[in-house]
Ligand binder design. Structure first.
Ligand code: CA
Length: 225
């Protein structure tokens, strides 16, 4: 899951980013309107949600939202705003935002809103399974044969990406774009490190791995209901 934050107040941007990274999201931050719109349009298919400050240098959150909506009608957009008159809020929602949250807000409140909008967005179920593995996204639990498997946040995100695309090959670049943020230097060798860690936790010694390597392309998890 990857999130874009467009916010010029660095203390707020960092507070949100750190919290979301801890929750296992890949997070990009833009500190002005132009950079925000550029990132939004460059990675529109990769972002799962966009958090937009309202008052920004360069280009306002409203203008960014309008531009995003011209390209993509579905991606959830949440305004972070100190503006709280009813007119402003209605105007914000009319430009195509899905929700707004008033500053100051608690991280828990923001996280709850993000989860609500991601759930609405998902046409797929929040429980995925294949063979003896089951993943419950809402409860953040992975089990193998009914027993809990302890995964790091990044391992969890990676497994989620594979299970959401069960039966399809996940290309290495696609994995990076969905699970890591823009500061990642595209040394895709790190994927192999995480794949090895996942295999150690999920595979039976001596048996075929849950995650198949597709040489020169990427990885896949077979669809085994
Ligand atoms: Ca601002």
């Amino acid at each position: 899951m990857r999130i874009l934050i467009v916010e010029d107040e660095l203390s707020i941007a960092n507070f949100i980013r750190e919290g979301l990274v801890e929750e296992g999201y890949a997070v990009d931050v833009a500190d002005n309107g132009k950079k925000g719109l550029q990132l939004a349009l460059d990675y529109l298919d990769e972002y799962d949600i966009i958090l937009l400050d309202w008052m920004l240098p360069g280009l306002s959150g409203i203008e960014i939202c309008r531009n995003i909506r011209k390209q993509n009608k579905d991606i959830p957009v949440i305004f972070l705003t100190a503006k709280d008159s009813v007119d402003d809020v209605v105007f914000g929602l009319e430009t195509g935002a899905d929700d707004y949250i008033r500053k100051p807000f608690s991280f828990e409140e923001l996280l709850a809103r993000i989860r609500v909008h991601m759930r609405k967005q998902e046409s797929q179920p929040v429980i995925f399974s294949t063979a003896d593995i089951e993943m419950n996204i809402d409860k953040h639990i992975v089990t193998k044969n009914g027993k809990n498997v302890d995964l790091t946040q990044k391992e969890f995100s990676l497994l989620e990406h594979f299970l959401r695309n069960k039966g399809k090959v996940c290309r290495r670049v696609g994995i990076i774009e969905k699970v890591w943020d823009i500061h990642f230097d595209y040394d895709t060798a790190v994927i192999d490190v995480y794949i090895n860690a996942l295999r150690k936790k999920l595979d039976e010694p001596g048996k075929q791995s849950l995650i198949t390597t597709v040489r020169g392309v990427g990885y896949k998890i077979e669809n085994k209901e």
